[in-house]
Ligand binder design. Structure first.
Ligand SMILES: Cc1ncc(COP(=O)(O)O)c(C=O)c1O
Length: 424
């Protein structure tokens, strides 16, 4: 009888494996064991099973390129689009997949045509690429007066009413605001915004919403029907676990005819999906692995458990580091924390130059990377939580930072510092 029970348990485990979160999941990923990935948020990391599927797709393409590009890849992409749109709850015709958030932001901002008196708003915490694309369109398509930045500080980023009040002040001054660009989960600082309230608020005033959700899909539950934005994009390779790179772009039906990819190809003037599907001969394999990433998630745990583990770990890790460094987290209100947290750096780090030197030291001598930034006159780092991480990892990194600071002679190397803070 005992044997039978054991056999049943083994069969159950093989059929429905249950993995505890934390280090026991590390063997499922390809990360170098000597490296603690405290920065999953920047580039993501796909599991080995997803890499294997990637190679399988690439090999299939090589076996018969004509069959692959003319038939198979299109069918496979339709299936992936359908599965991803079910996951984020939207009509599959309203969603396309492209290479990254940069491609999505560029497509939208370079497609829109406004009158010369109409303006676009954005916040100071927008990702660097978004700001630069706005700068580009402000000279090439619009005028500089048409693109207006709103300054947020540590209070307005964690109080939706205050944020909307501040935005409204600018709207009142400008009168003709046509579009507002904002983050779902910003990069630095990492803040989860109440975009449902924001979208509703701006829609009531006839202002279109473009949401940079680069960090959202796979990190938090995403329900596009409920949120109902006009334009929304999210990198899937950051938190969903597909092979990089891939990004979902959602466009509300009313505007699909207006939006074009930055590359013009055979889909031009066809449907929204066709126009974005074929952007020249390229490797679609990473897009196809979105489906395998979703399979991987299903073998690990249910979605709520994945979200909760990462969210709780981000909160606990933030508190642990703040205690270790005798500092504080940027926000203590959990509703503004996703799977990343911002911790004030130890007091000795009080200038951008010192931050830059510390960054080089961490990567070159200690083999870790910690995004660091200045916000509202304070110096912070951002940490990411992930299913293969445990609280002890943050303890280790926290001590490494203290060690690196105590062994640094900041004054002697100040002249060599240069800016390494792009792309975080
Ligand atoms: C908020 C935000 N938007 C956009 C991006 C750009 O993503 P990509 O480099 O994939 O285009 C990032 C990258 O980290 C990001 O954090």
């Amino acid at each position: 009888m005992k044997r039978l029970t054991l056999l049943c348990l083994i069969i159950c485990w093989i059929t429905f494996p249950v993995y505890p979160f934390g280090h026991s999941l590390l063997p499922l990923f390809s990360l170098d064991p000597s490296y603690i990935n405290i920065n999953h948020g920047s580039y993501g990391s796909a599991p080995k099973s997803v890499h294997e599927k990637l190679r399988e797709y690439q090999l299939t393409a090589e076996l018969n390129p004509d069959r692959w590009f003319r038939l198979d890849v299109q069918n496979a992409m339709d299936k992936v689009r359908k599965r991803l749109s079910d996951y984020v709850n939207c009509d599959s015709d309203d969603l396309v997949i492209l290479e990254n958030a940069s491609a999505g932001i560029n497509s939208i901002l370079k497609s829109l045509k406004f009158q010369s008196n109409e303006t676009i708003l954005y916040y100071n915490i927008a990702y660097g690429m978004v700001k630069l694309t706005l700068q580009y369109v402000s000279t090439e398509i619009f005028t500089q007066e048409q693109i207006v930045q709103i300054e947020l500080d540590h209070e307005t980023i964690q109080n939706t009413n205050l944020l909307l009040k501040k935005t409204q002040d600018t709207i009142n001054k400008l009168k003709n605001v046509k579009l507002i660009v904002f983050d779902h989960i910003s990069s630095i600082p990492a803040i989860l915004f109440d975009i449902e309230t924001m979208i509703k608020y701006f829609r009531q005033q006839g202002i279109l919403t473009l949401i940079d959700g680069a960090h959202a899909v796979g990190a938090i539950q995403l329900d596009l029907k409920k949120l109902d934005p006009d334009f929304y994009l999210s990198n899937t390779h950051k938190w969903l676990y597909n092979h990089r790179s891939a990004c979902l772009l959602y466009v509300k039906k009313d505007f699909q005819k207006l939006i074009h990819p930055t590359i013009t190809s055979f889909g031009y003037l066809q449907s929204f999906q066709n126009e974005f599907f074929w952007l020249g001969t390229k490797d679609y394999s990473s897009y196809l692995t979105i489906s395998d990433a979703l399979d991987f998630r299903e073998t690990i745990a249910n979605e709520t458990d994945i979200f909760n583990y990462n969210h709780q770990l981000a909160i606990q890790a933030g508190n642990l580091l703040a205690q270790l460094w005798n500092s504080s987290t940027l926000t203590s209100n959990d509703i503004f924390i996703s799977t990343m947290n911002n911790i004030e750096l130890p007091l000795n780090i009080d200038s951008l130059d010192k931050m830059n030197i510390l960054y080089q030291k961490l990567i070159n001598q200690y083999n870790i990377f910690l995004p660091m930034f200045q916000f509202d006159n304070k110096f912070y780092c951002r940490i990411s939580a992930q299913i293969y991480m445990e609280l002890t990892d943050y303890q280790t990194v926290g001590k490494i930072v203290l060690d690196a600071i105590s062994n640094s002679n900041f004054s002697s190397i100040l002249k060599q510092s240069k800016d390494y803070f792009h792309s975080i």
